[in-house]
Design a protein around this ligand. Structure first.
Ligand code: GLN
Length: 460
């Protein structure tokens, strides 16, 4: 059913870059045989899960949305940009191996901004993913394809990666649930790196319970990732549905400042009223360094990216341009010139600049200090409250093309997601556009309204 739905909806929505129908069906039959034999089934037995194309899976190409990870087109009229010609990883990422062990079926690789750099999926080297609620609009990015796979009902869950908002923002813009786990909670072994001090893999699902189950499967210590935390995994799914009464919820005033769309502001405030109605204590908190988060993030992330992306040199992976003259440096330059898109080049240049002699102290070092101040803001807030509730994105899904000429406008829209990334904190994005008004019955009523809306959107 998932493959049928991908086949019918993907041409219009661009959620998947490649589909592995045969291997997925074979895996599904194997799970079914297990069931017939009465063997114990894993927590995701038979459940199709989409994978962001930055994740390595041994039975599929991995492009990270970039031409630099694809082989050149043969001179036979085949398309110049074809994700099927992507790099073939020789191994599964740890999260992929854990999904398989839990019985999940992996039907395909999801569209993304090139090397996870972007907030609209328009930086994909192949084609943008489109929002299933309105296909002229962005689903957000960089894990846009994973969000669309879930929002359009192609797969009940998907994995994305979040460096500065790339799971939370597309979840918000498509009306699904997305989780960025605590830094170190989920192994990144087999994730094509963007900014290593920030990258985390996390789940998308139609509801919180689904996301909890997925996270429980992929989380946990992995000796293959040096940043992976040796901490036991809690029973996230069993914790779902617990009473929220008595929770102290902080609302950062800095997140409701200039630039927030009135409709977003109103929806979030209505949701806060809903939480009050459920017995939560909602009170203001201050995160005074929020206004420096965009600047600090775009220094730290580009610095790390300029280093991580040095490995794409035409020797080891994917594309190689003209090595004929025995001119190695020329080959590097041509390969990287042809293989990287404009946003990736912009970031490599920015990152190289902020790390260079004479500028390191002025930019990189200062950004690291600001990062510490942002962490301290949260430390102080969490002495007073149990959790923080805030908008994910200052606007709803914008039109494709609206921000492509203005990278700074695109960066500024990350203002609400970047602070948690810089602080290494976990963050969940949950739909609230239809949050219960104070007099509405319960959150579960909201949930059924949302799922019936999703059903009708899917039907449409
Ligand atoms: N939009 C942010 C960026 O472009 C975050 C991306 C991400 O989380 N991967 O860097």
């Amino acid at each position: 059913a998932a493959l049928d739905r991908i086949q019918s909806r993907n041409p219009a929505l661009g959620a998947f870059l490649t589909v592995q129908g045969d291997t997925a069906l074979a895996a599904a039959r194997a799970v079914d045989a297990q069931r017939t034999r009465g063997e114990p089934l894993g927590p995701l037995a038979g459940v199709p899960i989409g994978l962001k194309d930055a994740l390595c899976s041994a039975d599929a190409p991995a492009t990270a949305g970039s031409l630099v990870l694809t082989r050149k087109a043969p001179r036979d009229g085949s398309p110049e940009r074809d994700p099927e010609r992507g790099y073939r990883p020789p191994y599964d990422a740890t999260v992929v191996a854990r999904l398989r062990a839990a019985g999940a079926i992996l039907p395909g690789k999801c569209n993304m901004d090139e090397f996870a750099m972007g907030s609209s999926n328009e930086n994909s080297a192949f084609f943008p993913a489109r929002n299933p609620w309105d296909s002229e609009r962005t689903p957000g990015g960089s894990s846009g394809g994973s969000a669309v796979a879930v929002a359009a009902g192609m797969t009940p869950g998907a994995l994305g990666s979040d460096t500065g908002g790339s799971i939370r923002q597309p979840a918000a813009l498509t009306g699904v649930v997305g989780v960025k786990p605590t830094y170190g909670r989920v192994s990144r072994y087999g994730l094509i790196a963007f900014a290593s001090s920030l990258d985390q893999i996390g789940p998308f699902a139609a509801d919180v319970r689904g996301a909890a189950r997925l996270l429980e499967v992929i989380a946990g210590h992995d000796p293959r990732d040096a940043t992976s935390l040796p901490v036991a995994v809690d029973a996230y799914e069993a914790a779902c549905g617990r009473d929220v009464a008595g929770l102290r919820i902080g609302v950062p005033e800095e997140y409701f400042a200039e630039g927030i769309e009135p409709g977003v502001d109103a929806a979030v405030r209505r949701a806060l009223d809903g939480l009050r109605g459920l017995g939560c204590e909602v009170r203001p908190v201050h995160l005074p360094h929020t206004r420096h988060a965009v600047a600090a993030y775009y220094i730290v992330a580009t610095a790390e990216a300029s280093s991580n992306l040095a490995r794409f040199d035409g020797v080891r992976f994917g594309l190689r341009e003209d090595a004929s003259q025995g001119d190695l440096r020329g080959m590097y330059g041509k390969t990287r010139g042809a293989g990287f898109g404009p946003e990736v080049k912009r970031r490599i240049m920015l990152g190289t600049y902020v790390l260079s002699a004479g500028y390191y102290d002025a930019y990189y070092l200062r950004a690291q200090k600001v990062r510490t101040l942002i962490q301290r803001d949260f430390d102080a807030a969490f002495r007073k409250v149990d959790l923080i509730a805030a908008p994910v994105s200052p606007t709803t899904a914008f039109r494709l093309g609206d921000r492509t000429d203005d990278p700074l406008a695109m960066y500024l829209a990350d203002v609400y997601t970047l602070p948690a990334s810089l602080a290494g904190l976990p963050a969940l994005s949950v739909p609230c556009g239809l949050a219960p008004a104070p007099d509405a019955p319960t959150a579960s009523a909201t949930r059924s309204v949302i799922s019936s809306l999703i059903d009708s959107a899917i039907a449409k």
